[in-house]
Design a protein around this ligand. Structure first.
Ligand code: BES
Ligand code: ZN
Ligand code: ZN
Length: 496
């Protein structure tokens, strides 16, 4: 998809569809404007009783003398409710309308109001990301791709001339962020027979190879993982015929400000193990490496961005399978930091693999901070629904920073408590901790469990079990992996 910035009058740009936006307050001005097309818009808006309602679109045939074939107006809703998420969703709706009419070349009029509200580069970045992400399709396993909707090939963004250079930066960053997000989506959407631990390790090696030495990779195999003493990770992997891989990616700029570890849960398929999931709950469990996909996607683009942190990506990749060799409820595992874990449910496997990854990040990497992304608990989806990730952490300043970055990355999350009173619930009578809590607060007890392994290192945990995967088509993502976490991590990393 090609993006071009044009500071010219939109009525002179030739394209298949010219897209405008109007909110409850800006729509009346738009149709009153001096431009000749204001009249046409006014008539359509009145005939269709369009009031700029959020996500509503109006497709209007343009007059013969217009260089655009169609005009599309998309409602922004109430001005005072408008935010970054709404901006991207609205663009998603606009793209759906453009594809419906099989437009190939479109013009989007970027509103001056958005540039004022979010900054010119950020507003343009948001639009570019939304255009690319809402156009994403995963059709490689279809024998013939569906033909009901068209594909957009060229996007002209019209901006006021004074905004041109910031807008250029927005286009560049937006394309990189979207490219990375799509990379993560593809990894989640590919079938689990393909995306094995060995495959993820190969992907990491390829990323390093194509980075011209800016990224280093280290893959530890089963023997090396044993020697290191990651026994909790090995316990989970034990039931599978696929060998586990411990993946470490490393990026170090000159004079880094600090060392950040990003860790992603990398269960390439979660059957639950001997605590087997039922078939309905197992259907989507290829998604259980979405955290790992986000980490890999960051490294896929990291050398194209200006990042002042040393960044280490860690993934303990394995399958969670039942078999004669599988981990059993009642087993006790010793993690890398020496703590012992009583396993009472083999389906709570993510926290087991992560216990070793977090110990490694704190003790071996001596990270300044750790951020983990994990499709960790169904309980988090119960608490926050499918769209919002749960956020926990041990450091208030870092939590605040992540919240800010999420808002301007278009990724929804909500801060949750690391309630120390609930630590009682993960105490084991036979080992240091057990891998399940009580009946309630499952996402909190899972976070408290992880906290046991980070020592004093400032740490952030994001439970992405809800937003990593969508079971319905949404404005920015079709059914499947969403690439959640990629834009948040990238936003955080470039902000330092
Ligand atoms: N991978 C799942 C969590 C999950 C559930 C992700 C739904 C995405 C959608 C995780 O390994 C799991 O099975 N967790 C259990 C923990 C329980 C046994 C304490 C859960 O949430 O049911
Ligand atoms: Zn599980
Ligand atoms: Zn899992």
């Amino acid at each position: 998809m090609k993006f071009t910035l044009k500071p010219t009058d939109i009525t002179e740009i030739e394209s298949d569809a010219l897209v405008f936006f109007g909110s409850d307050t800006t729509l009346p001005n738009l149709i009153k404007g001096p431009v000749p097309l204001a009249k046409i818009l006014k008539r359509a808006v009145e005939r269709e009783e369009f009031k700029g309602e959020f996500s509503k679109t109006l497709v209007i045939s343009a007059p013969a003398e217009s260089p655009s074939y169609k005009f599309i107006i998309v409602g922004l809703g109430k001005e005072d409710e408008f935010d970054y998420f709404k901006l991207q969703e609205t663009v998603g709706h606009a793209i759906a309308a453009c594809r419906q009419i099989k437009a190939r070349k479109i013009t989007i009029s970027i509103m001056e109001d958005w540039m004022k509200k979010f900054g010119a580069a950020t507003a343009v970045q948001a639009v570019v990301e939304a255009v690319i992400l809402s156009s994403y399709q995963f059709h490689k396993f279809k024998s013939s791709p569906p033909s009901e909707t068209g594909m957009i090939e060229e996007v002209i963004l019209s901006v006021t001339p004074s905004r041109l250079s910031s807008a250029e930066e927005g286009v560049r960053i937006g394309q990189i962020f979207a490219e990375a997000t799509i990379f993560a989506r593809d990894l989640v959407n590919d079938p689990p027979r393909l995306t094995t631990p060995t495959y993820l390790a190969k992907v990491a090696e390829l990323i390093a190879k194509s980075s011209k030495d800016e990224i280093k990779v280290k893959i530890l195999d089963q023997k090396e993982i044993e020697t290191l003493g990651m026994n909790a990770f090995l316990g989970v992997s034990r039931g599978s015929d696929e060998p586990p891989k411990f993946i470490r990616l490393h990026f170090k700029p000159r004079n880094p400000k600090k060392k950040v570890v990003i860790a992603g849960k990398g269960i390439t398929f979660d059957t639950g193990g001997l605590s087997l999931k039922d078939s309905k709950n197992m259907e989507t469990m290829k998604l259980d490496m979405a955290g790992a996909a986000a980490v890999l996607s960051v490294f896929q683009v990291i050398s194209k961005l200006k990042i002042n942190y040393e960044v280490v990506g860690l993934i303990a990749a394995c399958e969670n399978m039942p078999s004669g060799k599988a981990l059993k409820p009642g087993d006790i595992l010793q993690a890398l930091n020496g703590k012992t874990i009583e396993v009472l449910n083999t389906d709570a496997e993510g926290r087991l693999t992560l216990s070793d990854v977090l110990s490694y990040a704190a003790d071996k990497e001596k990270a300044d901070e750790i951020i983990d992304l994990a499709t960790l608990t169904g309980a988090c989806v119960v608490a926050l629904g499918e769209d919002i990730a749960g956020l926990w952490g041990s450091n208030d300043k870092l939590l605040q920073k992540i919240e800010e970055c999420a808002k301007s990355a278009g990724e929804k999350l909500w801060r949750m408590p690391l309630e120390s009173d609930y630590k009682e619930l993960i105490k084991s009578h036979i080992a240091d901790v057990k891998n399940i809590g009580g009946k309630w607060g499952g996402a909190i007890t899972a976070s408290l469990f992880l906290h046991e392994f980070v020592g004093n290192t400032p740490w952030i945990h994001i439970d992405i079990a809800g937003p990593a995967y969508t079971e319905k088509n949404t404005p920015l993502s079709p059914i499947g992996g969403t690439g959640y976490g990629t834009r948040l991590l990238l936003r955080y990393l470039i902000s330092g």
